[in-house]
Write a protein that binds this ligand. Structure first.
Ligand code: FES
Length: 67
């Protein structure tokens, strides 16, 4: 799904950016260009990033518990 139509950025790209270390909207703007034009994607991009980071946190905890 497209999150930022102006820069053609998808939720998948945002998840990949999160895996690559993106933690803030500013990181996404730098890495992918979201919010660079109209800015309407800001809240959706932020939510998507938060979800991706929460999933990563859960996956990391599960890996630690399994070890
Ligand atoms: S939709 Fe992202 S800058 Fe316009």
């Amino acid at each position: 799904m497209y999150v930022c139509v102006c820069q053609a950025v998808t939720d998948r790209q945002i998840r990949e950016a999160a895996q690559g270390g993106a933690r803030t909207l500013k990181d996404l703007r730098r890495d992918l260009g979201v919010t660079r034009d109209c800015g309407r994607c800001a809240s959706c991009a932020h939510e998507c990033l938060q979800e991706a980071n929460q999933c990563q946190g859960r996956a990391g905890k599960q890996m630690l518990q399994a070890a």
